[in-house]
Design a binder for this molecule. Structure first.
Ligand code: MTE
Length: 312
């Protein structure tokens, strides 16, 4: 939510202080500035000499991989700061193990799961996915992980579960960005159940054949390759099965700019910049953005009959 208005039904603890509000405006503006820099080609931190590599299975992109150095040094993880290199610089003290994931809501097997116990039964595979950030840059990343639906099937949602809500850890002692109230922490995201159950939707535990670096969302994160990158929530500690569409961080911050669906769509511009083209990190010329980030043959049916301008 960008501005909270006081009213009889809103507790005073929920009303944003003016300085927080001003910080948030500046913060949202900076995200826009980042997009502009990327759009005019002002960001250059990677060489484009990474060659395409074959994956053992589940290959989903034939584009050349983005070099590891860029994948780990050019990040959005506001819990560690706002500049692209901040997560790399500031996440060294974050401790991602041991780790507990709370599963709650409309499921037969709610519990606080130790991460290793939770994921042990699943087959971890490599998936090369394009990640398209809402700021109009993109990368091609060899993730390591397993389909979210494996985890969902294990915890047995009931028929009342229509959405899945995710929450990032809140640990301000290790996440310097969380000491500022510029965003509402913890970061939260959500998917409709059919999106969560889609075979492309991945829980990533690694990339480039190593455990996830802290700045990329250790020890586990979501990767939803046909949606803007902000849906791919990092460092997840809670997964809730709910009946109604859950709130999401960016939608709360600026609802007119970031919708719940956030499907990559070159025909629906962000209010402050075009989404028609993108800059692949490491390339000089911008390339056209593909509908659903190029995964339309697999996911378009999820949205048949929906107005994609209204459901942005
Ligand atoms: N998850 C959390 N908890 N906090 C964040 O700030 N940023 C999102 C997403 N997940 C973010 C997050 C955004 S805007 C993007 S583009 C991707 O993470 C970036 O993932 P990457 O840094 O691994 O490329």
């Amino acid at each position: 939510m960008l501005i909270r208005r006081g009213g009889p039904d809103i507790p005073s603890s929920e009303i944003t202080r003016e300085e927080d509000y001003l910080n948030r405006r500046e913060f949202i503006g900076r995200v826009g500035a980042g997009a502009l820099a990327a759009a005019v080609g002002g960001v250059s931190i990677a060489s484009d000499n990474a060659s395409a590599q074959t994956a053992p299975g589940g290959r989903q992109s034939s584009d050349p991989l983005t070099p590891l150095e860029s994948v780990t040094r050019y990040n959005n993880f506001y819990e560690f700061g706002f500049d692209k290199e901040d997560p790399y610089r500031n996440s060294g003290g974050f401790v991602p193990r041991p780790w507990t994931v709370v599963v709650e809501g409309h499921v037969n097997k709610p519990a606080a799961y130790d991460l290793e116990d939770l994921i042990r039964p699943f087959t971890v595979e490599e998936r090369i996915y394009r990640l398209r950030c809402v700021e109009a840059w993109s990368m091609v990343i060899p993730w390591r992980g397993f389909p979210l639906r494996d985890l969902i099937n294990r915890v047995e949602p009931t028929s009342r579960a229509r959405f899945v809500a995710f929450e990032t850890i809140f640990r301000p002692a290790e996440m310097s960005g969380q000491r500022s109230r510029v965003m509402d922490w913890p970061y939260v995201e959500g998917l409709r159940m059919d999106e969560a159950m889609h075979p492309l939707t991945l829980i990533a535990t690694g990339l480039y054949n190593q455990n996830l670096p802290n700045q990329n969302g250790a020890p586990l994160r979501l990767v939803v390759p046909w949606k803007y990158g902000f849906k791919s929530i990092k460092s997840i500690v809670k997964i809730s099965f709910v009946e109604s569409q859950p709130p999401t961080t960016w939608n709360r911050m600026a609802p007119e700019e970031y919708g719940f669906y956030a499907n990559v769509n070159p025909e629906v511009d962000h209010p402050r910049w075009s989404q028609a083209r993108e800059r692949r990190i490491g390339e000089l010329l911008r390339r056209p953005t593909l509908m659903y980030n190029g995964y339309g043959d697999q996911v378009a049916s999820l949205y048949r009959g929906m107005n994609l301008v209204r459901n942005y």
